[in-house]
Design a protein around this ligand. Structure first.
Ligand code: ADP
Ligand code: MG
Length: 267
């Protein structure tokens, strides 16, 4: 059981409220996606969930226990991977296991298994600089999963990648998630990415960030963009985002970033 709960989380920076009273349950083993305008506090919420920074009020708990300090039960992946450039791909993935005292043969085995899941086993002996952006980000995700975290937090992990590469990454991510059985929270700016991956999409308002809506997606994966149920949810989310633009919560330019390559024309 690794249910992640946000209870009345607020956060102020220098007296200015960045997040206002966010309460949310992320069920054990589920995949939750955060969508919201830039500056609404998504990164801040993930950092609070990982106990990298404190909340001003409220609490985050994992399996019923308050999270008060960073620990191996939670892994976080940022937009810009921070791989060790002097270590091979396999050693990057195995890195965290060394600190845990796992012996070398076992480290190699576990790293290789994850690298196979992300299609990089042939690149295991390369250095990060020899890989493309998408491959490097796959290494970063594999590296964070090697310690078998209960919770995986990802902050726009694919946003610097092109559309096609993102689609491929989503498939790898689903495989990893399936094997890891972790509770996942991911921030994205890509509505189609949210729809492809999420069990629930959480829509945030502009600053200070509040939850506007939580949308459930009780759909099998892999999902087809043509699935009528998915299209209905997409259209609902799209309409909600448009309302937010009308209310001044988002700018139209921001809305365009959420729905760049999608099916806008037929909605
Ligand atoms: P998002 O990830 O949704 O774009 P952030 O969590 O990065 O939003 O930021 C939320 C708000 O908090 C923004 O207004 C941002 O300027 C502010 N903020 C974030 N980190 C800090 C910090 N360390 N000090 C002061 N203000 C911050
Ligand atoms: Mg952010």
């Amino acid at each position: 059981m690794a249910e992640l709960r946000f209870d009345g989380i607020s956060k102020a920076y220098q007296g200015r409220l960045a997040i206002a009273d966010v309460s949310l349950t992320v069920p054990s083993g589920s995949f939750t996606v955060f969508i919201g305008p830039s500056g609404c506090g998504k990164t801040t919420l993930l950092e609070i969930a990982a106990a990298l920074i404190p909340a001003s009020s409220g609490q985050v708990s994992l399996a019923g226990r308050a999270i008060t300090k960073p620990g191996p039960e939670t892994a976080i992946v940022f937009q810009h991977h921070n791989l060790f450039e002097w270590l091979t791909v396999r050693d990057n993935v195995a890195f965290g296991l060394r600190a845990q005292g796992v012996k070398r043969s076992e480290r190699r085995l576990r790293a290789s298994k994850l690298l196979a899941d992300v299609g990089l086993i042939e690149h295991a002996n390369k250095l990060p600089r020899e890989l493309s952006g998408g491959m490097r980000q796959r290494v970063a995700i594999a590296r964070s999963l090697v310690l078998n975290p209960q919770v995986l937090l990802m902050d726009e992990p694919f946003s610097s990648l092109d559309y096609q590469t993102r689609r491929v990454m989503q498939r790898y991510l689903l495989t990893l998630w399936h094997h890891a059985k972790a509770t996942v929270v991911m921030v994205t700016h890509d509505l189609d990415e949210a729809l492809a991956l999420a069990d629930q999409v959480v829509l945030f308002s502009g600053s200070p960030g509040r939850i506007l809506e939580v949308v459930d997606l009780p759909l099998e994966r892999p999902r087809s963009p043509e699935d009528p149920q998915l299209r209905e949810i997409r259209s609902h989310l799209r309409q909600h985002l448009e309302q937010e633009v009308a209310l001044g919560e988002f700018t139209a330019a921001e809305l365009a970033t959420f729905d760049r390559e999608g099916m806008t024309a037929d909605l």
